[in-house]
Every structure is written in structure tokens, then in C-alpha cells.
Write a protein that binds this ligand. Sequence first.
Ligand code: ADP
Ligand code: GLC
Length: 486
Amino acid sequence: MDVLSVASEAYPLIKTGGLADVTGALPAALAAHDVTVRTLLPGYPAVMGALEDARALREFGDYFGGPATLLAGRAGGLDVIVLDAPHLYARAGNPYLGPDRKDWPDNWRRFAALSYAAYEIGGGAAGEFQPQILHCHDWQAGLVPAYVRFNSPTPAKTILTVHNIAFQGLFGFEIFNELRLDYRAAQESAVEYYGLINYLKAGLQTADQLTTVSPTYALEIKTQAYGMGLEGLLSARADALVGITNGIDDREWDPQTDRALHTTYNHNSIETRQANRRALELRFNIDDTPGPLFSVVSRLTTQKGLDMLVGLVDDLVAAGGKLIVLGSGDAEIENGFAGAVMRHPGKVGFNRGYDEPLSHLIQGGADVMVVPSRFEPCGLTQLYGLRYGCVPLVSRVGGLADTVIDANEAAIEAGVATGIVFAPAEPYALRDALLRAVQLHARPKVWRKMQRRGMKSDVSWDASAEKYAKLYRKLLGVREDDQQDD
Ligand code: ADP
Ligand code: GLC
């Protein structure tokens, strides 16, 4: 079966968050289930620079305002089709933001063009690669199912995966005539949303199948508290929506082989993590006292609940904890952590930036990975934490709730605990959880058992890739009992 994955980012080519990890890893995991994936990406400089064995599939004189070429090739270990359209994508830096840190004003055009290219590939534009499924990720690919539904029909079926419903792609209605979308789509049951155009809504309305990245988030987004205005539509389409939990790329994320680590290890040699911890302490100017080393690797936003952590650093340090933070984002949160470093020299460290190898060293050396999100569709850093023996401390929302088992006394007794889970996502509950982690860390046997259990839990793509493969086959009408993986 041939599938076109349509995404605005894919690791290792271009990454701003977990979406790239997923789109970068899923194709290889699906190959084990007889699914051949090609990934359609915008021709950003990083993608063009990595493209090998490129051949032109189609050339266009005017593609959403300039010339463009569809190229097939290999890049970053992926089979890709690249929309090379310099007027849209030949811009350095972040894929969505200009140098002023604001959205590029033509993002509507950049991602309409990407979506239209996917639609054309569904209709045969890529020659012998004729996908039966167009798997669309997030709002940037949200128009694909609308083109398929309202323009000339293509045989391909469509799946839309929601990685984060907070980002919807909202634009003024005046762009409609430039979208190359049939006029029948200009209605509330398609792209229109309170007088605007909403790309994610367009996809949610028209895709054959909807998925999101954890079962709990699939439930949450049907409620007012988490649906960001789309809960009614999602409730109406509940039969088409499933949650499939993300896995991790265990070739990239394996503490036994990870070259970013000072010392590699496995669940039988957890004590050697100590060397990684020491390397981290030196890197962040932290002293080598024995208290637990808490860590954050994240976008610094209110989604991630890190404003709450800023307010609790003093309590954490008073209780004997130390903290290192890698990330950037909201100025207030950045300033909050920078201030905490000044107040607590030797106890708190902050690296305001993006550093992929350092993120690995943190997983391989810190004691606790703190993810206190207010909402979290899936979350990957807690999964890396499990894999690396960096015990996750998470709020009980979305994929965090689905992947970490709280170390309450019953779970410790039963030997099933893998982390610390708290609710609600409020400062007082986060504070309790941080203090509970300090106390648990002081029980070395319990702590070691929890680390080992986390390291042995299955966070790979195996089970979830199988679920996607089954979903694809169901969409194509392959009967369940004919599916070879059963
Ligand atoms: P989200 O996609 O909402 O940001 P996820 O937990 O799904 O959250 O994925 C975040 C990804 O980005 C992870 O791979 C994480 O390690 C990585 N990441 C986030 N911030 C940084 C950073 N400052 N440096 C390196 N990697 C980071
Ligand atoms: C989004 C979500 C995150 C999820 C990632 C990959 O960025 O915020 O929770 O893990 O997508 O699906």
C-alpha cells in the first residue's frame, strides 16, 4: 500500500517540535506493515540542501504566485516529494516565523500550496507513485481533504491527524478565491468558521478519517475545556475519530548507543548514568550535591505549564532539588528561569536555546523530566524520559495520562509505577508532585525500580504503527480478518 504523508516538518530535516519526530519516524515503522510512505514536504532550504537523487516529477509556471517543481528523492533517510517553490519556502530559519518572530504573512498561501500539491499527487501527479491514502498532519495539511472532497474527485482516501488543536490556521475570508478550492467549499460545513477560514476545521470536516495522538486527547478535544472551539464538530464526527499514542524512534533514542551521551547504559547499568549527570552539572554550572536533578526540555509556553514551575523553583530548591532547563519561548517564562538562576547559583541552570544533542544528554543524566502541561496531545519528552531512566513527572492530561503510571503506594507495591502524575494542572498540585519526587528519590530502591520499569516499558512505534496500518486498510475496505497482522 502506498501512502503520502503530508507534513510541514520531519526530523532530521526540519523540526520545531514533536510533529517532526512523529513524521520522521513513522514511515520506517510502517514499512514493517507493508506500507510504503513518501513524505511531501515544503522545499525549505534545509530540505533542499539535504535532497539526494532528485528527479523532477512536474513543473509549474505559476504555482500560488511563482514557479514551482515537484521533486522526488531521498532526504534525511526519508523517501520524500518536495514542493520546490522558492517564492514560498526559500527562507532561512523557523518554518513558520519571520525574523520578527511573527508568522509569515503568506502562511495561508504557503500551506495551501503544500496541500494542493498533495491533492494533485492523489490525482496522479507523481507518476507511478499513486498513493491510496493521503495522511495529513495538522492545520498545514488541513486543506487536503477539502480539495479532495470539493474539487475534481481523486481516488485517494484522506486521514487527518491532529497533533495540537491549539493551532488551527485561521485566516481572513478574502483569501478564498486564491485557494483554488471549489466555490462549494465556501460554507460552514467546510472551510468557513465564524466568518474566517479555518484550515484545521476544513480538514476535520471533510477527511475520511480523523486521528489524534493519544486516546485521552481524543476524548478531551470533544469537550469545551480542551476543544478550542472545535468540540462540537469533533463530537459530531466522533465515529470517525480515534486516538493513537505516539511512539519514539528507538534508533535515535537508545541509551545503549546514543552518541550524545557521555556514558551509554541500559536497564542493568543504570548507576552509570551518574557520569552523564556530572557532565550535565558541569555544563549548567550546577554543584555536585546529591539531591535529585530535575530537568525540562521544552517550548517555554503556558501550554507546557512552565509558568507554574517558575513560581515553584524556590520551594524545589528549599526541598533539596536542583533544576536545569533547556528551551525557549514566552519572554516571561524565560525571564522567570533566568531570575531563578541568579537567586540559586549552583542549584538552577538555564540554557535558552534549542540543542538536540543536549536534549539527549539531559534525558541520559537528569533524574526527573518535568512535564506539567495544561494540555498535551501526546508529549514525547516523557517517553524519552521513560526510555532513558529520567523519571517523568507529568500532569494527568492527554498523552501524559496515557503513558505514565503514578508512583502511589499501591502502584509501588504492585511494581508498576513509572513516574509521578499529578492533577489538576495547578501550582499547588505541581508543588505536591515535586516534593513527592524529592521524597521518592530519597528511597533509592523504589527509585531504581521505577527507573528500570520505565526503561523496560514499550514506548516504541511497533504497536501504534500497526494501528495506523490497520486504519489505512480499513479505509480502503480491506476486511479485518483479511488483514495479515491479525
Ligand atoms: P511539542 O511538540 O508540543 O513541543 P513534544 O513533547 O511532543 O512537544 O515534542 C517536543 C520535541 O522537541 C521533543 O523531541 C523534544 O526533545 C524537543 N525539544 C523541545 N525543546 C527543545 C530544545 N530547547 N532543544 C532540543 N530539543 C527540544
Ligand atoms: C504536538 C503536541 C505534542 C505531540 C506532538 C507530536 O506538538 O503538542 O503533545 O507529542 O505534536 O504528535
